[in-house]
Structure formats: C-alpha cells, structure tokens
Ligand binder design. Sequence first.
Ligand code: FCB
Length: 460
Amino acid sequence: MTRIPADFLLGAATAAYQIEGAAHEDGRGPSIWDTFSHTPGRTWNGDTGEVAADHYHRLESDLDLMATLGLEAYRFSISWPRVQPGGSGDLNDLGVGFYHRLVDGLLARGIRPIATLYHWDLPQELEDAGGWPHRDTAARFAEYAARIVEVLGDRVAMWTTLNEPWCSAFLGYGSGGHAPGRANGASALAAMHHLNLAHGWAVPEIRRAARNAPEVSATLNFHVARAFDENAEDAVRRIDALANRSFTGPILNGDYPDDLILDTAGVSDWQFVRAGDLDAISAPIDVLGVNYYSTATVSEWDGRSPRIGNDGHKAAGGSPWPGSEHVEFHPQPGPQTDMGWNIAPDALEELLRRLHREHPDQPLLITENGAAFRDEVVDGAVHDGARREYIEEHLAATLRAREAGVDVRGYLVWSLLDNFEWGYGYAKRFGIVHVDYESQVRTIKDSGARYAEWIRSREL
Ligand code: FCB
C-alpha cells in the first residue's frame, strides 16, 4: 500500500478538438485539424472531430461525471478558433461563454481548472498566413493569450501555454502526420522556435492579465530514448536533443543546445532566432507539465538494410527527425498498449529524476499519462484491467520519484473520456470513461472506478 500525499493533485485531462464536437456552432471558425481531418487519407477511417464526444452539448452531465469520479483537477484546452475564430481581433462571446460555464461548473464542484491555451488547433487563417514556421503566429498567440486570460483570469488556477509543441512542430511540419500535414525539415525547425517564442511571449501576458496569481506552465512530451546496442550513444543523444532539449533548453536554460544546432546545420541556418528571443522564451514558469507514455529504442542505421522507423508516431510522407534521419527506431519489446507503445513505468521515474537533477528548482506535474486498449462494454461494464494496471504502475512510479525528492505535484490521467485520437480517429480509446459514439452514452470503466477509489482513499 502506497500513501498518496494529501497535497498531491489527482485529476484527468482532455483537449478541445478531441472531445467538444460542435465544430460549426456559435461562431467557431475552422482550425488546421478541421481541414486536415477532412482531407481524404489523413486520418483513420476519415474520422473528424465534428461531433467527437459531443462535450460541448453535454457539459453539465460531463461535469457531474467528474464530480462522481472525485477529480481534484481537470485539465482542458481552450479551442482558439472557438474563442477567436480567425486567430486575431475581438473574442467571440458565444464561444467564450462555453468556457465561462466550464470553469464555473468546475469551481462549483470543487475541481481545480487547469487550462491549456493551445492543444494543436491553430485557426486555419493563421496557417494560411504561414502557420508556425511564420514568426507572426507567435505574436498572434500572445495576443490571444492576453485576451482570453483577461476574461477567465480570475478563476483558472493554472494556465498552460502549449501542449506538446514537439508534436505541433515536428509532426505538423516535419513528418506531416499531424495537421497541417506539411513535410519539410526547415519548416519544422522554424515552427519549433516560433512555438517556443509564442510560449515566452505569452507568459508575461498571462501574469499581467490574470487577477488570481495563477500558476503558469508549459507541457512537453518527453521521448525517453534508450540505446539498442553499444554503438547507439550518438543516436540517443540526437533524439534527446531534437525531442526534448529543443524545448527544455530554451525554456528552462535560455539556450538552444549546441549539438542540436550542429545536428541540424544541413537543414536550417537557424536565422529564425533573433536577438532577445531566448530571454523571452526563458521567462520563469511555475510548473513544467510532463507528458509520458512509453520509451524509444534507437540505433544508427547501417545504410543498407531497410531502415526501421518504429518511433511510435503514425507514419506519413516526411520525417519528424530533421538531420537525424539515419537514426533507427526499433520495435519495443514487452507488453504494449493498443497504440503499439511499450509499457515502461520505470522510465517515467527515470525521466522525473533526470528532470529534477537537471532543473532542481523546477516543480513538475504529470499532465498526461494513460493507455489505449480495445475496450468492450459488456452488460454495462468495461473491464479494462490492463488500463487500471498501467495507471497504477505509472502513478506508483511518480510517487516513488516524489519520495526520492523530486518536486512532482500531481498526476492527471489521459484521458477523462474516450475521444478523437488525432490521426488514429476513433480507433483508439484512452478514456477512463467509455463513450459510445452512436448514443454518446458514458460508462465509467473499471479503471475509472478504481481511480476514483484511489482519490477517495489516498491509497494506492
Ligand atoms: C498526446 C496528446 C494527447 C493524446 C495523447 C494520447 O500526445 O497530447 O492529445 O492524443 O497523446
């Protein structure tokens, strides 16, 4: 039995485009994910977020569901194209109204609101003007952040600027597996910098506009790279640079790693970094959000045999690893989830210890962790023992890290509800609550019931 400390926050996470639906209602404009998912061949089965889990229309009952589970915190994202349809100018009051109701509904139930400003749904107009490879997008983001915090900034407990900017940059503009589906290494690197800049410019805007002294954070997805053989040291270093240090470097240290700049010198001249940018990007944050799912095992490709590219991301035309395309990603041994991702809770503990070692004063929060499995509703129940076990093991790993002195403040499971899993559409279910997409009926899975029990008893 592990005791869960009283001040360790337990909650669940979602994202706007994955659950809300109501894609054309109340003045919402199109985002890059609308365009991408409506383009034939981009998502599994042609699935889109048009209806998703219909959360927009089921807000009150979903809030009640969160209360039934006893969630202490709920991490949601604000749909930029819903509240500022073209990505600039005045806010759309009808769209903002939804988030007023959401935040008020959370507070009324004693649940802490954690709002992410950007979980991948860039207004299409901004993509048409150049998207993230274009510097002005960062300025648009800071303006949007200021405006939305002006209206919700008396009640939101924690603001997160960006969710997983690595995916936005390197899957969106590098591999093309995510919206907007462009495949160009130089564009991906420019997007990476402008996302970092968007974060840095937004931080002071949030602090200025908020009236309740909220915590300010960014959420990164970490790739825990492991060596496939004794010659893989450089491959590990490269992937760590491109996947992790490309964001922790500027945000937490105020610098891009030298090796990252060297590794990508053949792809980009890095002229996108201008004087003053790194100072802005490294504005102190209160919490670093950590998303973790699995590990990656890498090696140097021999240049002859077919290159193995099992990096856990849906294959598309381009590469998410500009300048390091010769790194191979090997199939992962051992138990896996329905995503084909290996289950490695020890690597989460290792990651938390490393982050703490390298950034000892930086508080951490697990903002996403969870697993997809093929669930079935049988007699009104979902017996998802594998997901329960996954969550239990990762929560235990997080608590071990905390016990060892890592300042990790809580754990938010991905996800509250089954939802639109990006390129995989509705084929992958991550919820602790099952959603029947025909009827929109919600069924708390066994994992959800157990999660509620852990929250109630404070024992794992
Ligand atoms: C993360 C995303 C989240 C969800 C999970 C499974 O990369 O932030 O929206 O898709 O993966």
